[in-house]
Design a protein around this ligand. Structure first.
Ligand code: NDP
Length: 274
């Protein structure tokens, strides 16, 4: 297994296990360089969103990399306001135009916007059929949100991208997704830079001669998850990719679950208001 290794989504498309997240990376040099360094380091998967306002730089760095389009897995997301404005079908076109691509590999409903997420999922079906997204999925959906869309549609989301780290292990939701054939994709796997300071994770990392970030990402990989750590720093982008040359033993793997406190660094899908 290596950085281009991936898992098959429920429609047969393969998603690489590690992607570069670019939330909070500024449009321009910061995003461009992060994506460029990631691709140079061997990443073949980038996770952006319309609301990150850096799709132009993501697309430019991909184009300039010289790597064939079909070798890079690109995810972007449908923003909440586009759902409220019934602008779903136009929003994908705007994202494609900004990234400079004919299709994205994965398009996600960014949040389960009340009163809008079920009809937005029906629009995702249209987008999927149009070929503008090779796969479609959801983000920040809890079990009851998923039940609602599955009651209204035969299309099972390929991915559910949710906050998850050793401080928020999401066991029930991840198990539910697995049962349904939905790949679970943790966001903020490093707790936005906080969870990497946890003393118990630092102690485990020392045993393996690895960093805390690498231990957390390896734990996610061993759970079968697709991780999208964010960094704008070249050395950390490289560091976060080096998780294929060690394995957590059973004891350490299980120990990480004991750190759960249901701590969220981001908004809660049940109470978000944006
Ligand atoms: P992460 O958990 O990936 O943490 C990123 C932070 O950790 C940054 O401050 C980064 O700083 C720091 N960091 C990165 N690598 C290391 C390291 N090896 N050691 C120490 N610190 C490190 O948080 P994100 O919130 O960015 O989540 C990852 C991605 O998930 C996002 O970029 C985005 O693509 C996606 N996401 C999706 C959401 C959704 O609603 N669907 C919500 C939030 C995120 P620096 O850049 O300075 O290295």
């Amino acid at each position: 297994m290596n950085l281009s290794s991936g898992v098959k989504l429920n429609n047969g498309i393969e998603i690489p296990y590690i992607g570069l997240g670019v939330f909070k990376a500024e449009e321009g040099d910061e995003t461009y360089n992060a994506v460029k360094w990631a691709i140079e380091a061997g990443y073949r998967h980038i996770d952006t969103a319309a609301i990150y306002k850096n799709e132009v730089s993501v697309g430019k760095a991909i184009k300039d990399s010289g790597i064939a389009r079909e070798e890079i897995f690109v995810t972007t997301k449908l923003w909440n306001e586009d759902m409220r404005q019934d602008n779903q079908l136009k929003a994908i076109d705007v994202s494609l135009e900004k990234i400079g691509l004919d299709y994205v590999d994965l398009y996600l409903v960014h949040w389960p916007v009340k009163g809008k997420y079920v009809e937005s999922w029906k629009k995702m079906e249209e987008i999927y059929k149009s070929g503008k997204a090779k796969a479609v999925g959801i983000s920040n959906f809890n079990i009851h949100h998923i039940e609602d869309i599955l009651a209204a549609s035969d299309l099972v989301p390929a991915v559910n991208q949710c906050e998850c780290s050793p401080e928020l292990t999401q066991v029930e939701l991840a198990d539910y997704c697995k049962q349904k054939g939905i790949i679970f994709q943790p966001w903020s796997p490093l707790g936005q830079g906080n969870t990497v300071k946890h003393p118990k994770i630092l102690a485990i990392a020392e045993k393996y001669g690895k960093t805390a970030a690498q231990v957390i990402l390896r734990w996610g990989l061993q759970r079968g998850f697709v991780n999208i750590p964010k960094s704008s720093k070249k050395e950390r982008i490289v560091e976060n990719s080096k998780i294929f040359d060690f394995e957590l033993n059973d004891e350490d793997f299980k120990e990480l679950f004991t750190l759960n406190t249901d701590k969220r660094y981001g908004p809660d899908p049940e109470t978000f208001a944006f």
